[in-house]
Design a protein around this ligand. Sequence first.
Ligand code: ASP
Length: 445
Amino acid sequence: MIKVCKFGGTSMADGTMMKRVASIIHSDDARRYVVVSAPGKRYGGDVKITDLLYRCYDSVKENGTCGEAFEKIKERFRGIVAELGLSFDIESVLEETAREIEAEKSADFTASRGEYLSARVMAALLGFDFIDARDVVKFRPDGQLDDERTFYLTAAALKGKRYAVVSGFYGEDADGRVKTFSRGGSDVSGAIVARAVMADLYENWTDVSGFLACDPRIVDNPERIASMSYKELRELSYMGANVLHSESIFPVRAANIPICIKNTFRPTDEGTMILPISKYNYTGKIVTGIAGKKNFTVIFIEKSLMNAEIGFARKVLSVLEKYHVSFEHMPSGIDTMSFVIDSEELKNGVKEQLMEEIRREVSPDNLHAFDDVALIATVGHGMSKNVGTSAKLFDAIARAGINVRMIDQGSSELNIIVGVDNENCERAIRAIYEEFFKKDASFGL
Ligand code: ASP
């Protein structure tokens, strides 16, 4: 049995937390490969090491030196090593790191040093080998992960090593320079290691006991999700349920490795299991989780007989491509087509130019855009097994007096997405939660 354990920033925040992590690892001999984040916040208002490093980079850009922010980083790591009572020579590693940051002058290199340092400290604490992610995680020239090469190199580096600590969050690009994933990317690193060693389980240790059925800032005490499928996870995390980086399932999915979300503060809590559909047992729930995201724009195009006009969609899509605008959803009707786009992408006059060009290209009868739309995804395999799910969902939203601006039901019946005005987002989520979790939560009731 092999378990790969990834510990997030809160789990690595200080020496006390790192000791806790070490005891979790030592309590189970299957926990052989460990991936770590940089030390995160120790208390509300504290600053994550990664954020301090981005400040260092700003200082390097402005005046060539790491500056004040690096002093804070030094203090944090000195404190950690002292608290752990390690003989590890942190001073020289920190000095060398500062020199490298100043020489490299790269935001990604600078940011990656948090994970580099915490992995070195953790390896010293556990007595495990240290593997620098730079040597094994490789990106292609287009910036995407070079998965085959990465899995091969990671597997080769870990072969014959019974225990190891791998730094999270970064790798190396095609030019041999350090490149990071997007924020929270150590989750992806953990999944890569799990895949490379063909782990039986990928444990992702964080500061919550798994996924909740919806955001606890919106609904008081929502239910914990005991298990869900990769597909459900993908839908929920893409829509803003941010316990796990949304790209972290790809490596493990390819090898059917389950993920377990665990809480470092409460290690005996069960957490949430995320399983391939083949291992997923239907729990009887209609809805597994609800997630919402704000600030979308819907561009709505109407033209009679658009269905008969060959090349209509291609022309519209070429306009989006020309302006480098990607869309999230494309609900369509007989004579209508609409695009749901992150409003950020349409800033600085892009929206107006794009609409003008669509008008020229396809001469629609009607073309308009509405902003400030929130998307709410109601997700669950159970929805396809139960008659009347969408009726219930829309009824709940209607009873709350909320106007639905857009509907998109994926063909898999795993997900129903509704668009509402930003200001109604929280109320709509509450209404849906009430409907499916409080009133009629399970199959057959
Ligand atoms: N330290 C990085 C961040 O704060 C990556 C990670 O923790 O996964 O985003």
